[in-house]
Design a protein around this ligand. Structure first.
Ligand SMILES: Nc1nc2c(ncn2[C@@H]2O[C@H](COP(=O)(O)OP(=O)(O)O)[C@@H](O)[C@H]2O)c(=O)[nH]1
Ligand SMILES: [Mg+2]
Length: 442
């Protein structure tokens, strides 16, 4: 997400950081680099102008230049302004006092509405323990209803549909009635899009709004379309009111422009970020955390939340005990691997760790490598997993064959595992190896 932008901003700031004192010239130079980086990321021109002006004015303030650590202060200013640009502390969904809370999803065709309906339903079920129903009001594309039905069944949400034969406005009203009588907590209304904003679409949305009185209208916007996404949001804001944005496809080669501009241009905050086709690739959008991620300061909060969701606390305690007693086996290793992989691609996770993000740029973490590791370990017998010293030449050959790898891959894993055990021993004795030692595998 925003890799190039992140790299460019970090390099502009690392220069500023490296100076003991800062002159106006240094600041001007950094601002030029920041300006270029933002423009290149397809951030709206006016937004860039205002942003750099604001940062510059604050950075040139006497209290900054004369402070003990001016470079650090400038980084802090950029972080704060970036956070403000993307919407400050953020806004939450509004939940109605009487059921159901209605959420209307709007947006152009292909922006990711139907997918986002499913993702939001899943999110509300898992994080807010809500009973969610979906209303299928896209009746123009034949497969649209089926798509929503499928998504709904995947996330455990009831889908109210009447096929494609009826008026979407009537379906919306009917679905609301059912949600009420069935006591659903939330009703998410999936609507049809158009290729472009047109009067028909706006009229239909306005009518659905009138009949269902949504507590939240969310505009779904495709981040990959860059400036176009912002223009669409601006047009929507002019004719139909909405409360917040769901920014989709942030996993693609989205350069960041849309995410950085949309709040400034429309006044509406981004509430959710969608980062993949899978239904769990969806998160609350936190401007402060996103700014820190872009600036390579890591996104510890998101990482911690993710870990808390995924890790079983008891297991963690047991693991810690094993490490302390030096009883960590290949089975535990496999277990860890499974846990980590449940959180998503490993490279994505590592990027969220402060200080690691930029160190890892260029380093490709190949998830297929982990597949091989998994295959090798599962080809070992339980005795071998518990006691790697049993692994003589003939056993290693058997494992290589069984896992579809080769002996040198098995050798390498066994060696790495040995190193890891040594490291854990050091850790449990309170000697923390440095990152560079870790990277060299010592
Ligand atoms: N890579 C990626 N693809 C997405 C994301 N959200 C949706 N899509 C894909 O975009 C396409 C259109 O999505 P859909 O939900 O049908 O859009 P709709 O026409 O607005 O309902 C589908 O192929 C989705 O799988 C996302 O966050 N990342
Ligand atoms: Mg759709």
């Amino acid at each position: 997400m925003f890799d190039t932008l992140s790299e460019r901003l970090q390099s502009a700031l690392s220069e500023v950081r490296s100076h003991g004192t800062l002159t106006e010239d240094d600041i001007n130079k950094a601002m030029r680099q920041i300006r270029l980086a933002l423009l290149e990321a397809d951030v709206n021109f006016q937004v860039v102008k205002r942003f750099t002006a604001a940062v510059k004015e604050r950075a040139l303030g006497a209290d900054v230049l004369e402070s003990l650590n001016p470079g650090q202060q400038v980084v802090k200013i950029v972080d704060e302004e970036l956070t403000a640009l993307m919407g400050g502390a953020g806004r939450d969904l509004v939940f109605a006092s009487s059921r159901p809370t209605v959420i209307l999803m709007a947006g152009l065709q292909g922006s990711g509405k139907t997918t986002a309906c499913g993702k939001l339903a899943r999110h509300l079920r898992e994080e807010h323990k809500k009973d969610v129903a979906l209303a299928a009001c896209d009746v123009y594309r034949p497969a649209a209803v089926d798509q929503l039905v499928k998504v709904g069944s995947q996330v455990g949400a009831t889908v109210y549909e009447q096929g494609t034969g009826r008026d979407p406005i009537d379906i919306a009203e009917w679905a609301l009635g059912r949600a009420k009588s069935e006591g659903r907590d939330v009703l998410i209304v999936d609507t049809s899009g158009r290729l472009h904003i047109d009067a028909d679409l706006m009229k239909e949305l306005a009518e659905i709004k009138k009949r269902t009185k949504p507590h939240n209208v969310l505009l779904v916007v495709d981040a990959m379309t860059g400036q176009d996404a912002v223009n669409v949001a601006e047009q929507f804001a002019e004719t139909a009111n909405f409360d917040g944005v769901v920014m989709t496809k942030l996993d693609g080669d989205a350069r960041g422009g849309a995410a950085l501009s949309v709040k400034a241009v429309t006044g509406k905050p981004i509430l959710y970020a969608s980062t993949g086709e899978k239904l769990d690739a969806f998160e609350r959008f936190h401007p402060d955390r996103m700014a820190q991620r872009i600036l390579g300061m890591g996104d510890v909060m998101t990482l911690v939340e993710k870990a808390e969701r995924e890790f079983d606390e008891k297991k963690a305690e047991e693991l810690e005990r094993k490490i302390r007693r030096q009883e960590f086996t290949f089975d535990d290793f496999l277990d860890q691997l499974h846990q980590v992989r449940r959180m998503g691609p490993v490279s994505g996770l590592l990027k969220m760790i402060p200080g690691l993000g930029s160190q890892l740029s260029g380093l490709k973490i190949d998830d297929r490598e982990l597949d091989r590791v998994q295959a090798i370990i599962t080809s070992m017998t339980p005795e071998e997993r518990a006691n790697p010293s049993l692994l003589n030449g003939s056993r290693r050959r058997r494992i290589a064959l069984g896992s579809g790898t080769n002996v040198s891959a098995v050798n390498q894993l066994v060696k790495q595992f040995g190193q890891m055990q040594k490291m854990m021993k050091a850790l449990s004795q309170g000697k923390m190896p440095s990152l560079s030692q870790l990277a060299r595998g010592r």
